[in-house]
Write a protein that binds this ligand. Structure first.
Ligand SMILES: NC(=O)C1=CN([C@@H]2O[C@H](COP(=O)(O)OP(=O)(O)OC[C@H]3O[C@@H](n4cnc5c(N)ncnc54)[C@H](OP(=O)(O)O)[C@@H]3O)[C@@H](O)[C@H]2O)C=CC1
Ligand SMILES: CC(=O)[C@@H](O)[C@H](O)COP(=O)(O)O
Ligand SMILES: [Mn+2]
Length: 402
């Protein structure tokens, strides 16, 4: 039996993790749940169903709503007051970090954004296995994570990195020539730059193969998701940026590949369903039988692979440059992107303005040092967020004046 802490339990990754737990009651037990506080009804329902010890919310202002939601959920279940014990509640900006230190075997970090860095570091410092979906924490705080993570302590949840970890099992680093990350191509796959000028958030949110939260879906449309994943792969597997390729694979069945020095390539294939990599990360190194459906080998399949169009989608090239330079540039890239995505969704920035803004923010960044503390990462992020706001405001004013 593995005790789990699930951070981001109300999101796409979190709810799919709970589905795995429900179907494997003898294997996993959830002891703590954490989320932002945007959906207290779901959080309370999850907590009472799973019988957790503690629930965390980042927004302290929703604590009373959460307490009421517990009683409403108990009533819905027909439980009389006194027949059940309410979980402890922790609240505030440090709640996820507190939960990441809670006694358990595995912490699943499924929160969105670089605010996931502190819980990532707390889970690692506490000696927990970290099932990591929150790629932003590795991008923002790679040097900090690298310094404290023990070999094998981080098990990737991200589908590409789970595929790479599976292909690399049992091998040695010296055998690896290249990592090939596959990309669906996102909502605007195959379009030229000039065809992206007027695309809307609604269109960007229509992912061709995966059903995910809004930020990662928009990042997929700009190819920033793949850009963050290149940095994530570099951090997890210590492969140089020159040896990490991206291929567009519209079917999202091959989740990534490893090319070895003898010319052999291993690929991991499964229909697009995050429950497979989530289950594998929670049970690592064991596989969870029936976690997801396999490829149907009785049918014909066409799997395509195309090079990325870097003129229309320059996000990956920009991220590789930021990764090679280091010195907080990956954190700057990610933080500026978080601001740009919010502005795009709010109608204050055109789609092409997202990556254009990242390029401008990176080009004007002062020379930060390689981060040694979370505060140093935060300082670079704060600079990037403010700078991104300035660029966004300038572009918005120009657009309104046009
Ligand atoms: N979805 C997917 O298939 C994949 C996701 N990932 C990565 O996993 C992470 C989660 O993505 P996804 O599940 O899609 O995102 P969602 O938007 O669906 O869920 C985000 C979760 O984070 C919580 N959250 C938001 N703000 C805070 C906060 N300030 N403190 C604590 N928790 C907060 C949300 O809680 P609330 O409901 O209260 O707002 C919610 O539980 C991302 O890093 C993403 O890139 C990686 C690969 C695949
Ligand atoms: C499921 C998963 O891992 C996502 O990160 C996915 O990779 C997004 O799809 P793209 O390949 O379109 O970025
Ligand atoms: Mn991915």
């Amino acid at each position: 039996m593995r005790d789990l802490v699930l951070l981001g339990s109300t999101g796409s990754i979190g709810t799919q993790a709970i589905d795995i737990v429900r179907r494997n009651p003898g294997r996993f037990r959830v002891v703590a749940l954490g989320a932002g506080g945007g959906n207290v009804a779901l959080l309370a329902a999850q907590a009472l169903e799973l019988g957790v010890d503690v629930v965390g919310v980042a927004r302290s202002s929703v604590v009373q709503d959460l307490q009421l939601a517990f009683y409403a959920e108990a009533q819905r279940r027909g439980w009389a007051t006194g027949d059940f014990k309410l979980p402890k509640i922790v609240a505030g900006p440090d709640a996820m970090t507190e939960l990441a230190r809670w006694p358990c075997d595995v912490v699943l970090n499924g929160v969105v954004g670089s605010l996931g860095l502190a819980p990532t570091l707390a889970a690692l410092e506490s000696g927990r296995v970290l099932a990591l979906a929150n790629k932003e924490s590795l991008v923002a705080g790679g040097p900090l994570v690298r310094r404290i993570a023990k070999p094998g302590q981080i098990v990737p949840v991200d589908s590409e990195h789970s595929a790479l970890a599976q292909c690399l099992r049992g091998g040695s680093r010296e055998e690896v020539r290249r990592l090939v990350l596959t990309a669906s191509g996102g909502a605007f796959r195959g379009r030229r730059r000039e065809e992206l000028t007027n695309v809307t958030p609604e269109e960007a949110l229509k992912h061709p193969t995966w059903d995910m939260g809004p930020v990662v879906t928009i990042n997929s449309a700009t190819m920033v998701n793949k850009a963050l994943e290149v940095i994530e792969a570099h951090e997890l597997f210590a492969v140089p940026y020159d040896d990490i390729e991206v291929m567009v694979h519209p079917q999202s069945v091959i989740h990534s590949m490893v090319e070895f020095t003898d010319g052999s390539t291993l690929a991991q294939a499964s229909p697009p369903d995050m429950r497979l990599p989530i289950a594998l990360a929670l049970a690592w190194p064991e596989r969870v039988p029936g976690a997801a459906a396999a490829v149907d080998w009785s049918q014909a399949h066409n799997w395509e692979f195309r090079p990325l169009d870097e003129e229309a989608f320059p996000a990956v090239r920009l991220a590789k440059q930021a990764g090679r330079e280091g010195r907080c540039r990956p954190a700057i890239y990610n933080a500026a992107n978080e601001e740009c995505v919010a502005a795009f969704v709010a109608g204050r920035l055109p789609f092409l303005g997202i990556v254009d803004t990242l390029a401008e923010v990176l080009a004007t960044a002062p020379d930060f040092a390689e981060p040694g503390t979370v505060e140093e990462v935060l300082a670079a992020e704060n600079w990037a967020r403010a700078q991104a706001h300035d660029v966004i405001a300038r572009l918005d004013t120009a657009a309104k004046g046009a």
